[in-house]
Design a protein around this ligand. Structure first.
Ligand SMILES: C[S@@+](CC[C@H](N)C(=O)[O-])C[C@H]1O[C@@H](n2cnc3c(N)ncnc32)[C@H](O)[C@@H]1O
Length: 217
């Protein structure tokens, strides 16, 4: 195991044992803020598969929603493309720290649960970015999480999904629980259609392929 994953694994194990599949994020972020844990996805740069996707994208006059934003690394990047950006996370500590890390940001950082989102967000965003958040929830939540992500896309809008890849039907002891081909296809729901589904090597780890999949409504 990568040593950076040890704290996340420990908090996830404790929460899952209590039947709380999303109950490990807040304790992990709180421990990290206290200097007692590492958040493995706490990186300075946006996800490696975002910048190439963004070439030529102008978000001026358009809205974006960043799902499970953590400390805001992708939200700040999306904002830099000109989108009017909302970013949310289930962890109040993550959102507080994101605001502190980006004090001059135009991003609206919000505490919210993907599984119970504000009603006004449904169909509300020209771009929805889901980057490695659905895969951070166990398979029992996959259908519900997928449908909620897709529901946020406005008519004419786009959904971008970035995720690890799991072989179809493979059993896995997460976190994370990467997405199988049929789970990627499942984002084409509620009027969304696949635009481009890619399996791409990560620039810093070319052996590892990830999904970068876009859908339009
Ligand atoms: C693997 S991390 C990825 C964070 C961020 N997307 C990134 O790439 O840096 C998953 C994030 O989703 C958040 N999260 C998990 N379940 C959530 C839910 N049901 N609603 C909102 N956020 C959630 C976690 O708190 C965590 O910040």
């Amino acid at each position: 195991m990568n040593p950076r994953d040890a704290d996340a694994d420990r908090f996830a194990g404790e929460a899952l044992a209590k039947g709380e599949p999303t109950g490990w994020f807040e304790p992990l972020y709180a421990a990290a803020t206290a200097g007692a844990a590492i958040v493995p996805w706490d990186l300075e740069v946006p996800h490696a598969l975002l910048p190439e996707w963004a070439q030529g994208v102008d978000g001026s006059g358009r809205s974006a929603l960043v799902i499970g934003c953590g400390y805001g690394r992708d939200a700040e990047f999306i904002d830099s493309l000109g989108f009017r950006t909302t970013a949310f996370d289930i962890s109040e500590t993550a959102i507080r720290d994101a605001r502190q890390r980006h004090p001059d940001s135009d991003v609206e950082y919000v505490i919210a649960d993907l599984l119970d989102p504000p009603a006004e967000w449904v169909g509300g965003f020209d771009l929805v970015l889901e980057s490695i958040t659905v895969q951070s929830m166990p398979l029992s939540l996959r259908t519900e999480a997928t449908e909620q992500v897709a529901a946020m896309v406005a008519p004419g809008g786009e959904l971008l999904v970035i995720s690890g890849i799991r072989a179809e039907g493979a059993e896995i002891d997460g976190p994370p629980w990467p997405l199988s081909p049929s789970e990627i296809d499942a984002f084409a729901t509620g009027g969304l259609r696949p635009k481009r589904i890619e399996r791409l090597p990560l620039p810093n780890d070319p052996e590892l392929l990830s999904w970068r999949a876009s859908f339009t409504r």
